[in-house]
Design a protein around this ligand. Structure first.
Ligand code: URA
Length: 218
């Protein structure tokens, strides 16, 4: 499916087109952006896109006392959010989402790509309790084939999660299509939909290896 077909087929795919987001994504793409700046930008984008991804979470009115009078005012309802990072590149993005909700719980999913099957294999999974009662926000900067995100969300569903959202910075149309075929109920919040994947499953034009650029490795 093309970008436009995906967006018309799935109304819960949200591309965050705010000018600040666009500007920061361009800085990420630039190969001359330093590790320090790249890491900061990923975190800032986590906050900006996280803001959109949490626009509809529920609030409840409680009574408080201002210096002048009593008032009924809204606070977040229910159990704390849970941000789930797909390691390792997701960690940078998770830090940004945490700025919105510093008391959120954080789950970690570790996946590596089997060199023969090319499929993700789980090597680590640690989640808070009551996954079924929380809004779960899964984060990974790059949605390439979609395999890792699909598997991470499979795990969340096996653990009983019902309200799951996914955030990424760059997505390939192929990855979005694969993701939505398996998880049509999971809303996606995306910085930019790029042209597609190359023969090494890198997103083009993309940013290269996001984990390496966040951590200064190669
Ligand atoms: N992961 C990355 O870090 N970059 C890509 O382009 C694809 C997957």
């Amino acid at each position: 499916m093309t970008r436009d077909e995906l967006l018309t087929t799935y109304p819960d795919i949200h591309v965050v087109t705010h000018p600040f987001v666009k500007h920061k994504l361009t800085s990420l793409r630039d190969k001359n952006t330093s590790t320090r700046e790249f890491r900061m930008l990923v975190e800032e984008l986590g906050t900006l896109i996280g803001y959109e991804a949490t626009r509809d979470i529920e609030t409840v009115d409680i009574e408080i006392e201002t210096p002048l009078e009593k008032a009924m005012c809204p606070v977040l309802k229910g159990k704390k959010l849970c941000i789930v990072t797909i390691m390792r590149a997701g960690n940078g993005l998770a830090e940004g989402v945490l700025k919105l909700s510093p008391s959120a719980r954080v789950g970690h999913v570790g996946l590596y790509r089997d060199p023969e099957t090319k499929q993700p294999v789980e090597y680590y999974l640690k989640m808070p309790h009551s996954v079924n009662e929380r809004t779960i926000i899964v984060v990974d900067p790059m949605l390439a084939t979609g395999n890792s995100a699909i598997m991470a969300i499979d795990k969340m569903k096996e653990m009983g999660a019902k309200d799951i959202r996914f955030i990424c910075l760059f997505a390939a149309p192929e990855g979005i299509e694969a993701f939505k075929e398996i998880h049509p109920d999971v809303a996606m919040y995306i910085g930019a939909i790029d042209q597609g994947l190359d023969e090494n499953a890198y997103i083009r034009p993309g940013v290269g290896d996001a984990g390496d650029r966040i951590y200064g490795t190669r």
